[in-house]
Design a protein around this ligand. Structure first.
Ligand code: NDP
Length: 467
């Protein structure tokens, strides 16, 4: 498809942008000034996230996904320090040349598909420095090609077992960490030495906060290889469904059949992932792309946290097969797909109202909108709108209600014996509640009095009459 080029400040040269950055003061967008408390929390996240991933790996690999088991072993041992040492020496995954090759081949494949497959060009939101960036949107095709290669190689050509990901899980974890850390530091240095859009960088003055939350907003190689879209979408989200399939194959090898819980889990995850790629253009206007900068949070998070922790339920089901009764199956299915319906319809309403400039029907009536304006750091004023009817009149983040219901259903496929498979819903609840606050700060900074007007029109944040 022909690339439709808009004249935006994205085309300004780097020198001009640096000058601009030096001239302007604070703009809306991610915080620049961070408190000592925020820095401490950031340090905690940097240290604890890898430890937590390793802990869940050990729980599953050595203790059948019993979350408390490693901690209890340490607690019950007379010498806790020695117990930790023994546990780590025994259970921490080792570097594996084969798994490392596998991981980097996968990464190279995803990069090649992203760079060379035919793509539509989508546009993101205007950034605080005034850019509207073009993005390559070809994730759905990349997903189909990746899964076809995986299935053909495993079933038809016999190049690998379908359980290959499950079988190399420890070595893949090591390789993904190597890449996640490399990417974090590479992007940190890139932000100082050859930034893609200097005027959109944010320096907090804290090395720790900048490392965690990133400095560059949209780091790129060339004009179109966007680090954020690539790493958020692929390799992590493409891998999500493939990891589940591989763990389903491992379950089949282990017990001779695939449980209905594993099938339902694969269905729910596949629905979520395919929806993501089908609506990849929509994703360009979500907070991930429109607000977050690219640091450890996304670089390591997309490489390690997402593929490892979002798939925990399938790790659990391999070790603890669950056969749902027909009623349980129907219940979980219903919760999941009601959640999906809400999630998709709410997000669709926002997209449609923005793309028609408010000239559309919402729930059979003309959309009610608040017309807003905001200023970018180049001093220009732009117009936007906030929908306040339909789902967006019920609460300011009703899309999160849908997401939480699907997330809960994914966890419920694992029954109620253990807490570990419920990590995902606990994490999503914390993430989304925190996001509501972050989004409020961002939108208040961006829209000012218009945001106040919107809050008056739609007073609830998440659940009408509750919160
Ligand atoms: P939204 O898609 O709700 O985006 C929020 C942004 O939309 C705001 O910053 C504002 O941006 C704009 N906006 C806010 N209110 C309105 C309104 N009334 N009318 C029009 N535009 C409005 O949130 P997220 O990006 O957080 O989430 C997108 C989806 O992704 C959600 O469904 C969420 O559940 C899901 N998600 C999933 C995650 C996962 O890990 N599985 C993680 C995070 C999100 P502006 O005005 O600048 O355009």
């Amino acid at each position: 498809m022909a690339v439709q080029q808009r004249k935006t400040p994205a085309q300004a040269d780097i020198k001009a942008e640096s000058k601009l950055d030096a001239q302007v003061g604070k703009t809306w967008g991610r915080d620049r000034d961070v408190s000592f408390g925020t820095i401490l929390i950031s340090l905690g996240i940097l240290v604890m996230s890898p430890i937590w991933v390793m802990y869940t790996y050990i729980s599953c690999n050595a203790y059948q996904c019993a979350m408390s088991a490693p901690a209890l072993e340490i607690y019950n041992s007379p010498d806790a320090f020695a117990a930790i040492q023994t546990l780590l020496l025994r259970e921490v995954p080792r570097f594996s040349p084969y798994a490392t090759r596998l991981f980097f081949t996968w990464l190279a494949l995803q990069a090649a598909l992203y760079a060379f497959l035919p793509a539509q060009i989508g546009y993101g939101q205007r950034t605080p420095a005034g850019h509207i960036l073009p993005y390559k949107v070809n994730g759905l095709l990349a997903w189909f090609i990746s899964h076809s290669i995986y299935a053909a190689g495993g079933i038809y050509f016999g190049w690998w077992k379908l359980s290959i990901i499950h079988d190399n899980w420890g070595g893949l974890l090591v390789a993904a960490n190597m890449y996640g850390y490399f990417l974090t530091f590479f992007c940190f240095i890139k932000a100082y030495t050859f930034p893609s859009h200097p005027a959109d960088r944010k320096f907090s003055g804290s090395f720790i906060y900048d490392l965690l939350m990133g400095i560059e907003f949209n780091p790129r190689l060339g004009k179109l290889f966007d680090f954020k879209l690539f790493h958020n979408g692929r390799p992590g989200i493409v891998a999500w469904t493939m990891i589940n399939l591989s763990f389903a194959a491992a379950q089949y090898e282990k017990i001779g059949y695939v449980t209905n819980s594993m099938i339902l889990l694969n269905m729910l995850h596949a629905t979520y992932v395919l929806d993501f790629f089908y609506n990849e253009d929509w994703y360009l206007r979500t907070i991930d792309i429109a607000h977050d900068h690219f640091g450890f949070y996304l670089a390591w998070g997309d490489s390690v946290w997402l593929p490892w922790l979002y798939t925990l339920q399938s790790h659990y089901l391999v070790r603890n097969p669950v056969d749902l009764t027909p009623i349980q199956f129907a219940f979980v299915f219903t919760v999941g797909y009601i959640g999906y319906f809400i999630f998709r319809s709410v997000n669709h309403q926002k997209d449609i109202v923005r793309s028609t400039n408010g000239e559309c029907m919402i729930w059979g009536k003309p959309a009610k909108v608040i017309r807003t304006s905001f200023v970018t750091s180049d001093g220009k004023t732009h117009k936007s709108l906030l929908l306040c009817s339909g789902y967006w009149g019920l609460s300011r983040h009703f899309n999160y209600v849908g997401d939480l219901l699907i997330s809960l259903a994914m966890c419920m496929t694992c029954g109620t014996q253990h807490l570990l498979p419920y990590f995902y819903i606990i994490y999503m609840a914390i993430l989304l509640l925190h996001r509501i606050q972050r989004d409020h700060t961002r939108c208040k900074g961006k829209y000012g009095k218009y945001w106040d007007e919107y809050m008056k029109a739609v007073p609830y944040k998440l659940i009408p009459y509750v919160y």
